[in-house]
Design a protein around this ligand. Sequence first.
Ligand SMILES: [Ca+2]
Length: 377
Amino acid sequence: MKKITLTFILLITMGHSYGHEDKFLVEELASFDQPWSMAFLPDGNFLVTEKPGKMFLMNQAGETLYEITGVPEVAYGGQGGLGDVAIHPDFNENKTVYVSFAEEGENDTRGAVVIKATLNLSEEGGALTNLEYIWRQVPKVTGRGHYAHRMAFSEDGYLFISSGDRQKFDPAQDMTSSMGKIIRLNDDGSIPADNPFYNDGGVAAEVWSLGHRNPLGIDFDADGKLWNIEMGPRGGDELNLVLKGEDYGYPTVSNGIHYNGSNIPNHDTRPEFEEPKEWWGDGYSIPVISPSSFVIYQGDLFDDWQGNGFISGLSSESLIRVQFDGDSAKEIERFDMGRRIRSVEEGPDGALWLLEDYPRRQDTSKGRLLRLTPHSH
Ligand SMILES: [Ca+2]
């Protein structure tokens, strides 16, 4: 295990303090080709996905045990490819995992899908078997952006899937499309009868909330409340408390503006839409985050951080700590990581694990796996 110390960068900008050397140790354990997500199994080993389509089983020392076979072919390109992994709450009994990825359609279209599969592991290797396609983002559309397709299980056993707007805007308000929504399913992929639009049938039945843009991170807090971090338009990244049946307003409202410079009315102009609990930027200035994933910390290794949210940032090259107070949330600390961060997860012992995005400005497609622990550990 190679312990590294990243260069300490002291910057005071917009009221945020940068740097992390005094807060945690950073260990570099492995590197991957365009890593996208990781998920811990009950025994402490974990899966890592690479966007081009590979999945690996790792151990706590950061060693690659083997590649997982049986991963379907993915529509790799742009923001799409192999995506997230979620572990069934009863994995020890049923060995079930859920995997999201982009899938090709007809006529240059594609869309996100979620499969349910059995993860068969042995000393020699691992494979996904018994694949069932339990959800498809509809309709399939052109382009290769804003799939989102992050997943989280609620404590009462429902599978939530974040579904991006695929850069098509209006479908986020269209209940015949699953784009720009957060989806709620039973663990077998069927639709719960207490979903808010269940009686409308069709795609609407699977929708839990709507009006989302590119919700790249979802997680539950200790009280069972669902939060999502959403990549906004220019200067409109937002953190939402996700409530059953509510509309978060995209593309009708956003605190950001369109990338072409045209205005989007702010949330305070349309109180019928749910407004974010925290948001970043005003359409013109930093700080933005470009959020890529979200985890709410439940551990006690970092004892001051229990219950805090952590956002991984792409263009901000940062890890952001968020403090909750009831239904409100606010950024209270930002750590400069010096690289685009694609994913943050909490390990079984309370360490924070990061996956770097591939550093586009450097001549490599490798993103590192980092483990963060307190100095006193
Ligand atoms: Ca605006």
